[in-house]
Each structure stands twice: as C-alpha cells, then as structure tokens.
Design a protein around this ligand. Structure first.
Ligand SMILES: O=C(O)[C@H](O)[C@@H](O)[C@H](O)[C@H](O)COP(=O)(O)O
Length: 260
C-alpha cells in the first residue's frame, strides 16, 4: 500500500476545483491507456463539491463520458430519489449534466427497491456486481478502480466505515450493510477497507476546521479501527487533498513544502 501524500489548498473552493482538474486528467489518461476509466464516488459536502466543480471545469468534456464506469463507496439506505441519497446528490451535482452510459453508472440499491428494506441484501448484490466487473488482472473481486474518492468525517470515518464499528473490522466481504451509523441515516451500504484498498489511487478529501483533528490523527499513525481514514490506502497512490483549515493540526513534517 502507498504512503499518504498531502496536498494543501488555500480553501475548500480551490480544493474542489483543483481536485476536479486532477480527476479530469486522471480519467483522460486512463481512457487513453486502457480505453475506459473507473471512479468511485463519495457522498458528503466535499465529494459533491468536487463533482460540482467538475461540472463547471473548462476541460470537463476532455473526458469521454461514455467510457467511464462510476461506482459508489457508500450509500445512505434511503428510498430511490431521496434528496439525502448520495446518488441523488451526485446526479444533481454532475451526473445528469454529462452524457454517461447509464449501464456504466452503478448505483447501490435504494431502500424499498429490489431488496426491500434489507441493507445486507443490497450490500451482497453490490458485491456481486463488483465481482462480475472484476477481470483476471484485478486484485480480488473488485475492479481496479482508477480513483476511489473518499470524504473524511470529523471522527475519521470514510465511506460508511465508522471507528470501532463492525464495518471497519471486515476483512473478507467487499461490501457490507451498516446499521446504527453515528452519522444519519443510521442504515447504509458501504465498501469495506479491502475493497477500498483494491483501488489504484485513493484520494481523501477534507476541508474545514472540523476535519483538522481527524486529518492529523489519521496521518500520524493512528490504527484503522480507531481511525478508518488511516486504513484508506491505494495500491499505487494515497492522496490527501486538504484545505489550510483541515491541515492546520498536521505535524510540520507532514505539511507539504509548497502548495497553493
Ligand atoms: O454518506 C456520507 O455521508 C459520506 O459518504 C461520508 O463518508 C462523507 O464523505 C463524510 O462524512 C464527509 O462528509 P462531508 O464532506 O460533508 O464532511
């Protein structure tokens, strides 16, 4: 697993715009190299802020949207179209504005959908969808995602893996149902750390003073059970994208020498 790299931007708006530009380049390079690209989306303000910035990016349509696979790192287990669902918010921020191939947009099942109100069954189905998309060259039963995006909670949670709860301890399954999540809604579906770590690159997004302690803890050697963000590593790259407020408690040796 790759050691974390930290890039700090002046504020959350610039961080979102810079992350969007970085993602466009990564997708374009992957499509040039392999004919398609795969990105895992995250919920929350920073994740959606990146998507909104991408929608406005001048180079947006350098991406061949028809050859992009989109997955989710987690989903709030709510009815289809619920405004609080990560899928609903991602569609509003970007997805409904670009010509994606609908067959390549892999949303996690909603509550009241094909699996009723059984989040564990929805998780099992998503794990099967990931396994079906994995190839012989991939690392385990998930595709080698080019970029897996993660917002970071103030308690260092990523996706819907919360400190000390069962999800972060899962080592076999790639997707789990989450019950009793401390961040509402309580029922969710989430990739596990083994699935996250199958990604080529993992990018963690954290902006604001309320993330400073979480970033410092996760980047200063805390264990992944107590600090799930610490366990979110990519096979070839782990990148923390912070604003100055979120980087304010980082040990000086972790703070990058110069970044806008
Ligand atoms: O479903 C969710 O809420 C997200 O997937 C969650 O993991 C989020 O990314 C973090 O809580 C950070 O959220 P903010 O960026 O809004 O602080």
């Amino acid at each position: 697993m790759s050691a974390p790299q930290v890039v700090v931007h002046r504020d959350k708006e610039l961080m979102a715009r810079a992350a969007a530009a970085r993602l466009i380049t990564k997708i374009v390079d992957a499509q040039a190299a392999r004919g398609s690209a795969s990105v895992v989306l995250t919920g929350g303000r920073n994740g959606n802020g990146l998507l909104a910035a991408l929608a406005e990016a001048p180079a947006r349509d350098a991406v061949d949207w028809s050859r992009l696979d989109l997955w989710w790192g987690d989903e709030r287990f709510l009815p289809d179209g619920d405004p609080e669902r990560n899928e609903t918010q991602a569609r509003a921020a970007l997805l409904d504005s670009v010509p994606l191939d609908p067959a390549r947009v892999h949303a996690m099942a909603p509550a009241g959908g094909p699996y009723g109100n059984d989040a564990d069954a929805a998780a099992e189905a998503y794990a099967a969808e990931l396994a079906a998309a994995a190839g012989p060259e991939d690392h385990g039963p998930v595709p080698s995602f080019d970029v897996l995006l993660l917002g970071v909670g103030p308690d260092t949670h990523v996706a819907s893996l919360f400190p000390e709860l069962p999800g972060v301890r899962e080592r076999e399954l790639t997707v789990v149902g989450v019950h009793g999540a401390p961040k509402p809604p309580p029922t969710r579906v989430s990739l596990t750390l083994p699935a996250i770590r199958a990604a080529r690159e993992v990018w963690l997004l954290a902006a604001g003073e309320d993330k400073a302690q979480a970033a410092a803890m996760a980047l200063s050697g805390a264990g992944e059970i107590q600090a799930p963000a610490a366990g979110a590593r990519g096979r070839s790259r782990t990148l923390w994208l912070l604003d100055e407020a979120a980087a304010s408690q980082l040990p000086r040796d972790l703070y990058p020498p110069a970044s806008a």
